[in-house]
Design a binder for this molecule. Structure first.
Ligand SMILES: [Zn+2]
Length: 463
């Protein structure tokens, strides 16, 4: 048996323990977007720190700047001379559960059905942190050492767009200095087939509030003469998408570069089954897919901007009465194509909204956190190491893929250390419904991911 075989066997023997540890983390509702859950995010950080310590990481501590949700840091820096330092990233905060009644089981009580573990944060991204811990301890518990130096960073505010990331990096640059970044916050191409992600969309967001009145008035006494801010808001929102469902913000497409033939050809050949994708997402039978039909599905998902109205505040239906209410607000979230700058998109959105506000309603426009897209060239020794490791762990080659989501951490972090390679893998798959209701993790693939990380630490040894 080689040291690698021993480490793989140890990871395999720890399957049940890994699952128990993951379940304990999923039970903590560490919702970074919810101010009432601050203590839970803190409890999640404490539990994550305990996990890292139990798996042999050293100098484990909580860190943060200003009033950020806690990051968890740890390291093991005793590899033989010349070995590189690998930074293992995941995040311990989660999205809100959405509509709890739509969950088939309690979002914060992990439940297995059909080989998948259901629960908020099961796939995004508590499984990522537990995978890192197990890859480390598989080596430490057998060889007593790791093939490379390792630093671990488990973030606590990824799901709110990493608002303190740049100041955190400035404050902790020496403790985080590394040669290659491994992020377990992406996912597999499909069940059984690993993915290696080289492209992420960016993010921009804003609240638009339209106000018509000092306070609510009787709709019978005033309707027909006094403007309804909810209808006004609906008109503005409708102006933001065209008939195909594409973003229609004035000027927005100027920075969106069409794909070259070479780039289009590099999109996985498993394209193009939009209907199958729609079914996997749970689209209703009469609803059809949106976006320019001249583009492929993955081009739309990875390389073109999109707009989502993620929240509306008006009067709830329950308790509503015949009134024109004073104001209505929508929160808009945009995914950005590579090359689009969040600040510029926000200014385009602001100008568009100002032009489309009807009836002279008062507009209050509030820009929220943004992040540019990220793309890398998936070649070179680090990517070769990751491909070999994923092939060894899953028994099949990884698909080089883009992701329509955003991980604001990747670009600034890689840049802070001179453009180090960033390897994005992760525990999710197209059925994981991350951010949605009934989020789940494929347990079999998760163990293959852990095995891949065990391989990866060895593969990066000479990188
Ligand atoms: Zn995530």
């Amino acid at each position: 048996m080689t040291a690698l075989d021993d480490a793989l066997a140890a990871a395999d023997a720890a399957r049940a323990a890994a699952r128990t540890e993951l379940e304990e983390l999923v039970r903590i509702p560490s919702i970074s977007a919810d101010p009432d859950r601050r203590d839970d995010v803190r409890a999640s950080a404490d539990a994550t720190a305990d996990l890292l310590r139990a798996h042999g990481l050293e100098s484990v501590r909580l860190a943060g700047v200003d009033d950020s949700h806690p990051y968890v840091i740890g390291e093991w820096m005793h590899a033989s001379a010349g070995a590189p330092t690998v930074l293992l990233y995941a995040h311990h905060d989660v999205q809100p559960p959405g509509i709890v009644d739509n969950w088939e089981s309690d979002p914060f009580e992990p439940t297995e059905r059909g080989g998948r573990l259901y629960g908020r944060g099961s796939a995004d991204d508590k499984a990522g942190g537990v995978a890192h811990a197990h890859a480390v301890s598989a080596w430490l518990n057998t060889s007593g050492e790791l093939p490379c130096n390792v630093r671990v960073l488990i973030e606590g505010e990824e799901e709110i767009g990493s608002p303190t990331l740049s100041s955190f990096l400035d404050a902790h640059v020496e403790e985080l200095r590394s040669d290659v970044l491994v992020l377990a916050d992406a996912g597999n191409w499909k069940v059984g087939v690993p993915g290696l992600t080289y492209s992420l969309r960016g993010l921009a967001a804003a609240d638009i509030e339209l106000r018509a009145l000092d306070g609510p008035v009787h709709s019978g006494m005033a309707g027909g003469a006094i403007p309804d801010p909810v209808a006004g808001l609906a008109r503005v929102l409708a102006s933001l998408v065209d008939d195909r469902g594409d973003v229609a913000i004035d000027g927005l497409w100027e920075e969106v570069r069409p794909l070259t033939e070479h780039e289009r050809a590099a999109i996985p050949g498993l394209d193009d089954d939009p209907d199958g994708f729609g079914r996997a997402m749970g689209i209703r039978p009469g609803a059809h897919m949106v976006g320019d039909p001249a583009t492929t599905l993955h081009e739309r998902l990875w390389f073109r901007p999109s707009l989502t109205v993620i929240g509306i505040d008006a009067h709830p239906i329950k308790g509503s009465s015949n009134q024109i209410i004073a104001r209505a607000t929508a929160r808009l979230s945009l995914r950005l194509a590579p090359g689009q700058e969040p600040d510029r998109v926000i200014e385009q959105l602001r100008a568009h909204v100002e032009r489309h506000v009807p009836w002279g309603l008062e507009l209050r426009f509030t820009a929220l956190e943004g992040a540019p897209a990220w793309q890398t060239d998936p070649s070179g020794p680090a990517f070769d190491a990751a491909r070999r490791a994923l092939r060894a762990g899953f028994g099949t080659d990884p698909v080089l893929m883009g992701v329509g989501g955003s991980i604001p951490f990747v670009g600034p972090f890689a840049d802070a250390f001179g453009g180090i390679p960033a390897l994005l893998l992760g525990p999710a798959d197209p059925h994981s419904r991350i951010h949605g209701e009934n989020e789940s993790l494929h347990l079999g693939d998760w163990h293959k991911l852990i095995a891949s990380e065990v391989h990866l630490l060895q593969e990066l040894r000479n990188f």
